[in-house]
Design a protein around this ligand. Sequence first.
Ligand code: UDP
Length: 325
Amino acid sequence: MPHRILVTGGAGYIGSNTTLQLLDAGYEVVVADNLSRGHEAAVPPGLLRVVDMHDTERLFNILQAEQIDAVIHFAAYIAVGESMKLPEVYFYNNVAGSLSLIRAMLRADVKKIVFSSTAAAYGMPSRSPIPESEPSAPINAYGESKVMVERLLDWFDQLHQLRSVRLRYFNASGADPACRAGEDHEPETHLIPLLFRAIETGQPVTLFGDDYPTPDGTCIRDYIHVTDLAQAHISALESLFAGGPSATYNVGTGAGYSVREVLDAVEAVTGRKVPHVIGPRREGDPPALVADSTRLRTELGWAPRHSDLKTIMATAWAWAQRAHK
Ligand code: UDP
């Protein structure tokens, strides 16, 4: 019997890509999403249950009726800037919503969860690449909300044997190579889709600072293809199904690219110039965030396959052109 997985937030960017890959890998999937930020069209027909994470009773009923074996929990708000204006909304949605889901899981005796965490857990890290041993010290409410859920998961592991794998994503990017799913946020805050938009609209994109202590003065990030990210969730599930322990893993390539290098790569793949201006630094942006993913590679046998900048750009551009048609 194939394992049955509940994917919360499966109508979002990473959730919809992971759902497709789970189906490709032979899992059975049910998606739980309140569609507040996600897109119904991103979910394959018949899989979507429109439900809010605060509705513990309904989540319990879904877990039980659908005979769910494990949960992958993406449902959350993700905009760092918004989290600093509306922290109460972020803690309510991301922390209280997760606690509600966990309570439903405990009641339904579902004891395996893969949790969508973030490099924002590290705040301003003291080194790069960053290993998981770097202390959690978030500097925004979004990152704090994710760390709070990681801590909840520690307690439920200890007290209720709820096993969890927490994946700390670096910069999710790219689109499904078959162009079935991709990034579609509104408002969009992420660099790569904004560079494409600037090409399409002619409106310049602002590069946030060129006076950082990096070789070209712009921030360095670790861009990980969403398909590789989705695969990390499947590796995490396999580990849990094999009886593996709770664990935390960075998901990145270990290679950092500057904002200017990303812009150059967009120009190379599109053959067009990106209109841009240099603006001030964005508050809370560390100069460099690069993952040390050795633990994920050695313990779960994961390796990125689509995360060279060219493949990221080619798939993201194909998706951007298709999505805007
Ligand atoms: N960035 C930028 N202009 C934008 C959006 C982002 O220069 O309009 C920079 C941002 O400062 C960071 C990098 O691009 O150094 C990646 O930012 P993004 O918001 O995509 O992801 P984050 O690193 O915040 O998760």
